[in-house]
Design a protein around this ligand. Structure first.
Ligand SMILES: [Zn+2]
Length: 175
């Protein structure tokens, strides 16, 4: 299965919340299903909004939904990222540091003056390019967390470039 679309959007099953937050960090619009969603096995959003549905469930869905479903095999986060990126083109539209990982809302830049008034000096004076989520008001800067996330994605994209799709077999790896 190989999907190609402009900027992919996602709906992640509740058991793929970490993956969903990684995708948000990478700039993608990714909704994450509620833990106790009343009908978690037959989501309608993918069809309504043209989202890819990410799940580890083996349940089969109606044909239309099936077409937009990517079933992940691994329970490991990095492998899940890799599985996703192997099946859906993410590199071309990768836009890290543009979306709140908690709210799925695009971040807004804030001025240095504003950042200075809101952040401890040790953060303000050692970083630049501060952004804020207009919903939860959380402030972002390119610190350790950012670096860790970037490193992960870089690794994923490198694996894809050198590995190709057929060299990585998660089912083998999982055994
Ligand atoms: Zn937020």
């Amino acid at each position: 299965m190989k999907f190609t679309k402009q900027i992919p959007k996602f709906l992640a099953a509740s058991h793929l919340g970490s993956l969903g937050r990684q995708l948000r960090f990478a700039g993608f619009d990714c909704l994450i299903m509620e833990e106790n969603s009343t009908n978690p096995d037959s989501p309608t959003l993918p069809l309504e909004e043209g989202r890819y549905f990410l799940t580890r469930s083996c349940r089969s869905f109606p044909k239309k939904l099936e077409k937009q479903t990517l079933r992940l095999r691994s329970t490991n986060l990095e492998e899940q990222m890799l599985e996703t990126a192997m099946n859906i083109e993410l590199r071309e539209t990768f836009a890290p540091y543009t979306r709140c990982t908690l709210c799925n809302i695009p971040l807004k830049k804030i001025s240095p003056d504003e950042a200075k008034s809101l952040l401890p000096d040790r953060i303000f004076f050692t970083h630049s390019d501060f952004r804020r989520c207009p919903t939860c008001q959380r402030i972002y800067w390119k610190g350790d967390h950012y670096n860790r996330m970037m490193k992960r994605w870089k690794y994923i994209f490198e694996e894809i470039s050198k590995g190709g799709e057929n060299q990585l077999d998660f089912s083998e790896k999982a055994r």
